[in-house]
Design a binder for this molecule. Structure first.
Ligand code: ADP
Ligand code: MG
Length: 914
């Protein structure tokens, strides 16, 4: 690094006037890339008609038509069309939700207008504006640089070249690039569609998005099921033909089997379910940047969180100053520059000199907005700015009056410095600054004492005789004289202890990964109830070996202090090696790699850099740790919901397939209980809404109890429940009711029943499936409680869905033209009673399976669990932050901690989806 002289800064920049900017904006339009025109509705619809399943059904329809079964052909065509429209609507809604999410995070840019620095939306930037750049910013338009202080850009998104590019005054900083280090400013030369980026974006328009892990897994599930369906279809066809049935009849059966097994509605239901979760998360200040992150969030097992701003409020203020002349305390409210210094006259004078240097070093500013003083820039710097003003020092504006060289804060060096009139002022972490200073007795001890009180400590130093010949920052930052040490206070966020105990309950480990001093970090960790006996580590001492590092870190409540961005990357890797699903926060310009490496990169919406946000999977709009926990809870709930409707769909398949199996195995002696069209009516008629309602099941109290499932969607339990328990229960009642009605009507083994009798019997079987599925919808709501225990849980969609389901049942069987086509009539009274047996059958089978699978939970632990969960959940949809402020009652905090221990011991194998 070397100093650069910056002549442009001293001439005061006026920028455009607001009026000029507005008229240019009117003429040129907003600064946005011309958007890719979305594919037309017709194209999207068409796509839904020609995917794999649809094609299969088209072929079936064609064969049915050729085979002389026009009714079946028409029905299949209707099914394909209806199904396509349905999928289209769901995907369209999911897409809309995703694009609404993007609008929640508008890009901001600092410009000089009318001679003052203001923050505007990037879309309002116009040609001629003087825009300012700082490390971490995304460049929003093409700028010709007027000044640049150690400015380095990452142009990889334009050139593919990942090395940092140094930029000098006169160079063009292109839209779409990122500022890696330094600061700068320049005149906008092109916006929106005229930028270099727009030209390149034009080329890449057609590039398809890569497939995500979740969609790959779903594709896998669907392919497996479809293969099984086709194989069975062919087998049945062969059997029927061998049995001497006419080929077209055999074909009918084959189509029926295939159609019965194919889960037509699955994919769009999953997408919509994810989109809905993403929207709910956004309502709780958690913004996912792609839908699959919803699912990954649900399986998070380790959170690496930073301290400042996430666990604390980022309401930094200098409270104490130590100099060789004594200690001074600083009074004041928030970021209000009014305040005072208390101490001996000598000590106050020395503190004021310290304040002067600190003020020169920082570019963050406290500004008055709507009658309140708020931070503009890094809150640590803003606190120092406020401190400088409280010392009575004049404010020289953001660039420093005579600054000839500036080295902004860099988390690797952990200090910043500025050269003003031949004097170098340095501000930074004591362990970074003190070694550069002449030794001062007592300084190191005092710094340590302050960190133990939980204060963030910064050392301020200066050197007055920097010769003009000194050209590098390292040469300049030598032989410093310590001015003083300042201690900053940053209170923890209220209610943070609750979020931490919620994580304990959920079996999620937490580590604080911070650039701050280990003393400050562990004082905070103790205060918020995190550090029980977890180790306190320091970045420089971390082992290089992945396995070592992983073993060292794999505890709840670890504190790692003085970390660099490289350490964060190593930590994420080491934890992943140990099988953890890692969420890692980061806000700095160098945090990108760690955020990308982590399973869930978490960036800050309020204070972080554009670079970090770009690399993240989740953006916390309110920067709060509690929001990560809320997002994890919603992620888990969503994953559980997807498994719910998957179980629901698959159960139905068993009930639908059985009539065919019975028919084939009895060599046709038992007539077919359900026709192909009835199966289609079940799959995309009566089943549809309950499946959707299950996808919208709100988080249950037990969502955050027990460790995360790291299993796949289609795991042993889902398969066992659907194919081994619920499906057979339904199938047996369906076949039982069917045969009973036939026999009551005089049918005997091997007879061909009269058409009217077959229609009532078939209608009864159909009714049994619908009633069984209706019960199944409730059975799928919980993985541990029987149906009776979940009836009163709230899910406003479910009663509606079930009512529609019953209505459809009556229409399908009771409205003559429809009933004629489907081939079934309303059951008799006895038939209704027989069909209704499906309800207790499903209830009992479900309860038995749950009893055998779910370990009993002691009631002692259950009461506090539900209290905690109830509170957390009740805040859903309420005013932001409400639940974070309610937990000041010490008794309840005690309860939470106790319950947390209970979970740590007992919560290991407990299912978490309700
Ligand atoms: P955190 O993880 O708490 O955000 P940082 O990496 O931002 O930590 O900061 C690490 C250390 O660097 C701080 O403890 C402080 O001593 C010092 N520091 C932080 N911000 C600044 C700044 N703007 N200027 C100088 N020093 C700073
Ligand atoms: Mg920081």
């Amino acid at each position: 690094m070397s100093f650069r002289t910056t002549p442009a800064v001293s001439a005061r920049e006026l920028g455009l006037t607001q009026a000029q900017a507005h008229s240019i904006l009117r003429a040129d339009g907003p600064n946005v890339l011309p958007s890719v025109p979305p594919p037309s509705v017709a194209r999207l619809l068409l796509r839904q008609m020609v995917h794999f399943f649809a094609l299969m059904l088209w072929v079936a329809a064609a064969l049915a038509a050729i085979g002389g079964m026009p009714q079946l052909a028409v029905a299949i065509v209707i099914v394909v069309l209806l199904n396509g429209v349905f999928a289209f609507v769901q995907e369209y809604r999911a897409d809309r939700a995703a694009s609404r999410l993007r609008d929640l995070l508008p890009a901001k840019v600092h410009v000089i207008r009318d001679g003052v620095r203001v923050e505007i939306s990037a879309t309002e930037l116009v040609v001629g504006d003087h825009a300012l750049l700082a490390a971490g910013d995304r460049v929003c338009a093409d700028l010709q640089l007027r000044h640049a202080e150690a400015l380095a850009l990452d142009e990889s998104m334009l050139t593919g070249e990942s090395a940092a590019v140094h930029a000098d005054p006169g160079d063009i900083a292109k839209a779409g690039t990122f500022v890696l280090e330094g600061t700068g400013g320049g005149t906008v030369t092109a916006t929106g569609g005229h930028t270099v980026l727009a030209g390149i974006a034009e080329l890449t328009r057609t590039a398809e998005r890569p497939q995500s892990p979740l969609s790959r897994e779903l594709q896998h599930v669907v392919t497996v099921i479809a293969t099984v369906a086709i194989a069975l279809g062919i087998t049945f066809f062969v059997i029927t033909v061998l049995l001497g049935t006419p080929v077209n009849q055999g074909f009918l059966f084959a189509v029926g089997v295939t159609v019965a097994l194919v889960p037509e509605g699955l994919l769009p239901t999953v997408t919509l379910s994810l989109a809905r979760a993403a929207q709910q998360m956004a309502g709780q200040h958690a913004l996912v940047r792609h839908l699959e992150a919803v699912e990954t969030l649900g399986s998070t097992t380790f959170i690496c969180t930073d301290k400042t701003g996430t666990l604390t409020q980022n309401l930094m203020s200098v409270v104490t100053v130590w100099t060789t002349d004594g200690e001074t305390t600083v009074q004041g409210e928030g970021f209000d520059p009014d305040g005072s210094l208390d101490g001996t006259a000598q000590a106050v004078a020395a503190a004021q000199r310290t304040g002067e240097s600190a003020l020169l070093c920082v570019t963050g500013r406290a500004v008055r907005r709507d009658g309140r003083w708020v931070a503009q820039g890094d809150p640590t710097e803003v606190a120092l700015h406020v401190f400088g003003l409280r010392c009575g020092r004049p404010d020289h504006g953001s660039s420093g009056l005579h600054a000839t060289g500036r080295f902004p804060f860099d988390p690797r060096r952990r200090r910043s410095s500025v050269l003003v009139d031949g004097t170098l002022h340095v501000l930074g972490a004591p362990d970074s600054v003190l070694p550069l200073c002449a030794p001062v007795a007592g300084a190191a001890e005092f710094a340590l004492a302050m960190t133990e009180r939980g204060l963030r400590v910064l050392a301020v130093a200066r050197r007055s005789d920097v010769a003009a010949s000194v050209s590098t920052v390292d040469a300049a930052e030598q032989n410093l004289v310590l001015s003083g040490l300042v201690g900053l206070e940053d209170p923890p966020r209220p209610g943070i202890a609750d979020s931490i105990s919620a994580c304990r309950l959920a079996g999620i480990k937490i580590a604080i990964i911070t650039g701050d001093h280990p003393g400050t970090a562990s004082a905070l960790a103790r205060e918020i109830g995190l550090l029980t006996d977890g180790p306190v580590l320091v970045g420089a001492d971390l082992p290089d070996d992945d396995q070592h590092l992983g073993a060292l870190l794999d505890h709840d409540g670890v504190v790692v202090a003085r970390v660099t961005p490289e350490d964060k990357l190593a930590i994420a890797r080491a934890l992943q090696r140990r099988g953890h699903v890692v969420a890692m926060t980061g806000d700095g310009v160098n945090d990108g790699p760690a955020l990308r490496e982590a399973d869930i990169g978490v960036a800050m919406g309020a204070t972080g850099t554009d670079v970090a946000r770009e690399a993240a999977d989740l953006v916390l709009l309110d920067d709060s740790f509690a929001t990560i926990v809320t997002a994890i809870e919603l992620g888990r709930a969503t994953f559980a919901n997807i498994r719910r409707f998957l179980t629901y769909h698959l159960t139905d398949n068993v009930a639908e397939l059985t009539p065919f199996a019975v028919w084939a195995l009895t060599l046709g002696h038992v007539p077919l209980a359900l026709g192909v069209l009835q199966i289609l009516a079940l799959d995309i008629g009566t089943d549809l809404l309950p499946a959707l309602a299950l996808g919208a099941e709100p988080p249950h109290q037990r969502t955050m109890q027990g460790a995360a499932r790291q299993t796949r969607l289609l795991d042993g339990r889902v398969v066992r429940r659907a194919f081994g328990v619920l499906g057979p229960a339904e199938a047996i009642t369906v076949m039982g009711a069917f045969l009973a009605v036939l026999m009551l009507g005089g049918w005997q083994w091997g007879d061909v029943p009269p058409a009217a009798l077959l229609a009532t019997a078939s209608g009864t079987a159909f009714t049994a499936v619908v009633l069984g599925q209706l019960t199944n919808a409730y059975a799928c709501r919980s993985s541990s409680h029987w149906v009776g225990a979940v009836l009163r849980r709230r899910n406003p969609l479910l009663p509606v869905a079930v009512s529609v389901e019953v209505l459809l049942l009556l229409v399908f069987l009771g409205v003559p033209p429809i009933a004629d086509v489907l081939g079934g009539t309303l059951p008799t009274v006895v038939g209704w009673l027989l069909a209704a047996l499906a309800i207790p059958a499903v209830v009992l089978a479900d309860a038995a399976e749950k009893r055998l699978t779910t370990p009993r939970v002691g009631t002692v632990f259950q009461a506090p669990f539900s209290r905690l969960s109830g509170r957390r959940l009740s805040s859903a949809g309420s005013a932001p932050g409400r639940h974070r402020q309610r937990h000041d009652d010490p008794q309840s905090a005690f309860d939470h901690r106790r319950s947390a221990h209970g979970a740590a011991v007992r919560g290991h194998h407990r299912p978490n989806d309700g």
